[in-house]
Design a protein around this ligand. Structure first.
Ligand code: AMP
Length: 459
């Protein structure tokens, strides 16, 4: 089947051809004709299936007629995270290259004023996270009574993030007669209830069994000790010894762990950035851009921040923590092996994780093999001792320094392939007990040496 058989407009077809796509993906083949017939659609599909274009392309076709009025968006797309919202905006820029549509992004972490100016001009496509949308609505800056089409994307993630009450509220603020497109990777009972309440006789399209893992991803388990520093050791050895390593997203369960692991990897000379929900929006976007452009090789992320991200060329996923929810495992490893490419996903497993691994294996319907040759232990967690320079500050990882030749931490430690990881700085200060960095204090600036001496604290 070709795109021209789906009923899309000429403008859209030429933008699709310019993007280099020749064949619609299964979700596009199934969903687009229903959307163009103005039917409600329930799409059960995970990211990586081409589902964004499945709603963006017919929306562009339909929006060619009619025009926007001030403060009354014609269509509304709800996304659970700012990154996903920004990604959908990029899709409109790509596929809408031949259209003159006003697209606005309402996400948290950036100024209200610019968003307000756009709303006043009139918006054809409003892409929003639920919280910021309701903030604008409550300020009286936005009317939702002109919405002809509502897209609720990544609905199961909205559920995980506690957005369902917001979604229900928004569904009641848009006209009853609107068209609704609803996408979810899984169908838990709460999502079923929302579908039954807010969709009118929807066409259901399903492209793969919910929660299946991508066939192009090699999945492995790797043993790790109980202590966090054991896990960090194991991770570093894995990164250094993996063949075909190009870059990796490393997932942690908690934001705090993201920050700690990021600092540790940078201290050990890895070229890494962090991405978690406590970072402000410009910092999140900057981290993602650096990773996308290949300026940094490691992105350490929490689930929320990394959900659904479309980064075409990720060779490895490391689960530093086994995810609490088996569903998250599927989403995490779906960040690699995209668009038919192969990828590797390695999960570090401590003795306490056995139950969580069982739940994952049950969900994906197969057992995950252990990595064949567990890497040899490193003798020490701390970086080399005799350096005179302090490490580059974590947030400076984006200024990629010239890779320095690296001395192995032990004679037995595996050597990285030369092009694998850019080292930031070979020489580092000694790490002592009670060091400010160990207590989570930011030592990224230039601090006098006496601050690095161990301090005695009175009880
Ligand atoms: P999504 O599931 O929307 O996150 O899309 C996953 C990736 O597939 C994105 O990088 C899209 O650019 C790409 N894509 C979407 N539609 C097609 C298509 N018909 N052929 C090839 N790649 C596509």
């Amino acid at each position: 089947m070709s795109f021209s058989q789906l009923g899309l407009s000429e403008k859209v077809l030429s933008a699709v051809a310019a993007a280099g796509y020749t064949t619609p993906t299964p979700i596009q083949q199934q969903a687009i004709p229903h959307v163009l017939k103005r039917r409600d659609v329930l799409g059960i599909a995970q990211t990586g299936t081409g589902k964004t274009a499945a709603f963006v392309l017919p929306m562009l076709t339909m929006l060619e007629h009619g025009r926007a009025r001030a403060r009354m968006p014609r269509t509304l797309i709800l996304e659970p995270t700012r990154e996903l919202a920004a990604q959908v905006e990029e899709s409109f820029a790509k596929y809408g290259a031949n259209h003159k549509l006003n697209v606005a992004l309402l996400i948290g972490g950036v100024s209200f004023d610019n968003q307000d100016v756009k709303l006043t001009r009139g918006v054809d496509v409003l892409i929003a996270t639920p919280g910021r949308l309701l903030d604008h609505f409550e300020r009286g800056r936005l009317l939702l009574t002109g919405v002809e089409l509502l897209v609720i994307d990544e609905a199961d993630r909205m559920l995980d993030m506690g957005f369902i009450p917001d979604i229900e509220r928004i569904c009641k603020l848009v006209p009853f007669t609107r068209q609704t497109l609803f996408f979810t990777a899984t169908m838990p009972p709460e999502i079923r209830r929302i579908v039954d309440t807010f969709l009118h006789n929807p066409e259901q399209v399903e492209v793969s069994r919910p929660a299946t893992t991508v066939a192009t991803v090699t999945q492995l388990l790797a043993p790790a000790g109980r202590e966090p520093h054991d896990k960090r050791d194991a991770l570093r050895r894995l990164i250094r010894s993996e063949s075909g390593f190009k870059n990796a997203i490393i997932f942690c369960n908690r934001k705090r762990e993201v920050a700690v692991l990021h600092r540790s990897l940078v201290r050990h000379g890895f070229n890494a950035v962090a991405l978690h929900g406590d970072m402000d929006q410009p910092a999140r976007m900057a981290a993602l851009d650096q990773f996308r452009r290949g300026e940094v090789k490691l992105l350490i992320a929490s689930d929320v921040a990394a959900r659904g991200l479309d980064i075409p060329d990720v060779s490895h996923i490391f689960n530093f923590d086994v995810p609490h929810h088996a569903d998250d495992y599927v989403h995490r490893i779906g960040r690699t092996g995209r668009a038919g490419k192969s990828g590797t996903a390695i999960t570090l497993v401590t003795p306490a994780d056995r139950k969580a691994v069982d739940a994952i294996e049950k969900l994906i319907g197969r057992t995950i093999e252990w990595a064949k040759a567990p890497p040899r232990p490193e003798p020490q967690e701390q970086p080399a001792r005799e350096g005179r320079h302090r490490p580059q500050p974590a947030h400076d990882a984006r200024h990629r320094p010239a890779p320095a030749p690296r001395r192995p931490e032990s004679p037995n430690a595996p050597q990285p392939a030369p092009a694998q990881i850019a080292r930031i700085d070979e020489a580092r200060p000694p790490r002592r007990q009670g060091h400010a960095r160990d207590r989570g204090v930011d030592t990224s600036g230039h601090l006098p040496a006496f601050l690095f001496r161990p301090a005695r604290v009175k009880a």
